[in-house]
Design a protein around this ligand. Sequence first.
Ligand code: ARG
Length: 390
Amino acid sequence: MSKKLVLAYSGGLDTSVALRWLADKGYEVIAYLADVGQAVNFDQLKKRALSAGASKVIVEDLKKEFALDFVFPSLKAGAVYESKYLLATALSRPIIAKGMVNVARKYNAKAVAHGCTGKGNDQVRFEVTINTLAPELKIIAPLREWDMCTREEEIRYAKKHKIDIDVTKKSPYSLDKNIWGISIECGVLEDPWKEPPEDAYKMTVAPQKAPNKPTYIEVEFKNGVPVKINGDIYEAVELIMKLNKLGGANGIGRTDLVENRLVGIKSREIYEAPAAWILYKAHKDLENLVLDRELLHFKEGLSLKYAELVYYGLYFTPLKKAIDAFVEDTQKHVTGIVRVKLLKGVASVAGRKSPYSLYKKEMATYDKGDEFDRSIAEGFIKVWGMPYRK
Ligand code: ARG
């Protein structure tokens, strides 16, 4: 009897070689290809998986669920890892792992496998999620087990086994893309002193080559969720794609980060996330307009924690769930329109309005119509500073 297994298959060299390696170990391999917006040729990858020895290939479109249940909650939480990473890759792992668990249950597979390396974050995210959702599943990580150490050895293996791999257009970088952004590492990027070459970027034009004239867009939010651009309603995935295009054309969303990995090492990665940065900035700005000071400041602390939980693979955990509930409560007035100016790599907020705005012109103004009672300021300051008076 053959042992059935579900492999998270990307179609790249690592997972294609892993597929064959598992098949050779006697597994019946179901290749699971989750579509989170990586924009690849799924038909071609399907053929590749079969040529590598898969018994079945399942392509599942997870984009909508990813946008609604993973990306938008993170946007509402204001999660950014180490100030520069909006977590595109990190957010995609739990949904892919969840998809693997569903497929394993449906086909009665007792094991799952992934093609992550033994020193990255993604192995942790996949495995913690799988252990949480389906502790009975055995997890195999071929890249931690086999003795191939370099890409060249894997290519040799692929050739030997006639796996249809496109080694000619091999990129010097390791890429991971979805609707929320792309993560790019390896090659020359491993030298943190070297400026990333232009060919490393995939979603954005160089800011200096972007138009000299600004593009203004109006993003409308309802309860913290973006719903319209320039007055037109968009479905979640379409909205994100549209902003990726507009932002990318204006060079928005590039970051370069030497980050702290979960496994204790520092690594250098660059990111492009045009839509994510536009939405992050717009959403945050709207919160500044409608949330009171104490809630706003308290929430900033939670944003940091939220980003850590996502980055650390602690996605389906009690703390993350509790923070989500808190965040959801904070979003009931995060409704309004933000006007964003896109210009040469910078997305800046040019204006904002909301029916729940806490901004009161008659309180803030230094012109006519001032209603702020300054006679009470003196007493307030005395009481406020009382503990510090000598
Ligand atoms: N450093 C990012 C993270 O841990 C991305 C990892 C994957 N990057 C890649 N280029 N394959 O979430």
